[in-house]
Design a protein around this ligand. Sequence first.
Ligand SMILES: Nc1ncnc2c1ncn2[C@@H]1O[C@H](COP(=O)(O)OP(=O)(O)OP(=O)(O)O)[C@@H](O)[C@H]1O
Length: 402
Amino acid sequence: MGEPDFPSFAAVLERRLRPGAITPLAVGFSGGSDSLALLRLTLDWATPRGRPVLALTVDHGLNPASNAWTADALARARALGADARALHWIGDKPSTGLPAAARAARHALLAEAARAAGARVLLLGHTADDLAEAALMRAEGSTVSDPRDWAPSPAWPQGRGVFVLRPLLGVRRQALRAWLAARGETWLEDPANSDPRYARARARVALDGAAPPSPAKPEVAKPLAVEGEHALRLPRDASAAQVAAACLCAAGSSVPPRGDRLARLVERLRGGEAFVATLAGARIVADAAGALFGREAGREGLPDLVLAAGETAVWDGRYAVTATQLVTIRALGGLAARLPAEERLALKNFPAAFRPMLPVAVDAAGQASSPVLARDSAVRARVLIRERFEAACGFIDQEPAT
Ligand SMILES: Nc1ncnc2c1ncn2[C@@H]1O[C@H](COP(=O)(O)OP(=O)(O)OP(=O)(O)O)[C@@H](O)[C@H]1O
């Protein structure tokens, strides 16, 4: 296979991708220089290993030329030997916070398409320059975080089971451009990248010609004794990041707690008192044995979800539910008396505080049954809480088997 063009790129792929896997690799391909280099390098690495590469191009619909850019990107990807798909951001675009909304939509579309294609890993073309830009934007007051070389997809629930890999974080954009130019490649320059209304574009200008940024520090996940499936039990000395992840995953939400309220919760946990608190959709019950994080019902209660036979969907960000007949998935609260006797018995195994937030399926005749209590239910439920938590905490550091 010869010496790779960017040894750090190949090293990251060797470390993060499952040896011998032949599932597709998804690549976020905008048509710009970074992701064009990413796509070419990924194809060079994957093709001899028998792994198909799927280029995914998101058309944000924000520029009149975007249709043509997308068509060009697809043609380019296919000419290089990849499969290619266009994804469209449809619906209303906000008048403020457009970059953040576009980013969230992009991650959701990319993750959904990657998962649908059977890919567990989505490669993105962030470079060493993006790390430096993020640092500069923070210095200007922005809250952007550093892109990480390996992280679960930030889109939820679309990104469940999908990891984002950024193998170019150790490479300068200029080096990629020189490498492409030497191969006669041309690429798209998105005018938004030089639009001074955006903090990112201003950071880019400020960094032009600056010294190379230092490479990202590898993150080491601290071991943690976590228990539970529907509610998570953590030791009281869990780190702030682990407490934030526990709230996020137990609540099934997509916005982790930050700032003062998180710091206060961590402090109370360290303090050792027994207490009950709520944060970001999670209910936290702390006692001498540790802290239990479950779903807080909130003032509005939990959503209803109607599923047709054969349909799978995620209910409340916590359970992937598949129906074999028409059902409505609801929160158990208030319906326990309608459960069959053996399910009512099984319910006793759950902490009382969290029983009302378990899912229950109600069929057209009004019959209630919970897929997490019944051994043989017309509805199957996969609990997403624990595996999401483990991914968020960095305990899954390589492409998982499908
Ligand atoms: N329109 C797009 N379609 C597909 N992939 C894209 C698109 N835009 C960006 N990407 C992917 O994301 C990478 C980073 O792009 P960019 O720096 O513009 O995004 P970002 O907003 O900084 O990323 P983040 O999601 O980390 O905020 C690109 O190299 C590419 O892999």
